[in-house]
Design a protein around this ligand. Structure first.
Ligand code: PNS
Length: 174
């Protein structure tokens, strides 16, 4: 399955990777993980899903659209919305991998639990964790919303193309 391309690192041929999340909104940390997944797997599907523990600021379609606007430079990345179980989605599209970013140990327990549940529900898909870039260790969508809602500068936290949209939505919420 390993295919070596000079200067381009290793690409996992014919493996579809899914990057799931709530992406409310997508951050530069997410975009970094999506870029790295896109250079490793032949196809990456970013899927906007429901996290039952969160109530989102943006609709699923708005979140998907913001990811599309931020990944136009990545031809092997598509963005989808799915309101169901991740394991059913990965089964339906024949995904070989679920890619998730890990920031700190605090992410680990929850991510490990989800990975084991997803593996139980669909044994054909492996969860792969990418270590976050050190400069994005602190970054989360919740932090972006909190800083932005108090008028703080979020320009380093979200892609340039969606910056204005996020600010406008946060202002309307106040
Ligand atoms: O970005 P998030 O909020 O950490 O992503 C969590 C998400 C959306 C990937 C997770 O809640 C999820 O997979 N939701 C879909 C429903 C599902 O499959 N739940 C069981 C996973 S253990």
């Amino acid at each position: 399955i390993f295919h070596f391309t000079k200067g381009k690192g290793t690409s996992l041929n014919n493996i579809i990777a899914v990057c799931p999340g709530s992406f409310d909104p997508v951050t530069v940390g997410h975009i970094d993980i999506i870029h790295r997944a896109a250079s490793m797997f032949s196809k990456v599907v970013v899927v906007v899903m429901k996290n039952t523990a969160k109530s989102p600021l943006f609709t699923a379609e708005e979140r998907a659209q913001m990811i599309r606007e931020s990944t136009t430079d990545l031809p092997n990345v598509t963005v989808d919305v799915f309101d169901g179980l991740l394991a059913d989605y990965t089964k339906a599209i024949g995904a070989g991998a679920i890619v998730k970013g890990l920031r700190a140990m605090s992410d680990f327990e929850y991510e490990f639990q989800m990975a084991l549940t997803n593996k139980k529900l669909n044994p054909n898909t492996e969860t792969v964790f990418f270590t976050t870039k050190a400069e994005y260790m602190y970054l989360s969508s919740s932090m972006v919303k909190q800083v932005g809602s108090f008028g703080g500068d979020i320009s380093d936290f979200v892609p340039e193309s969606i910056h204005q949209k996020v600010i406008e939505r946060l202002e309307r919420k106040l």
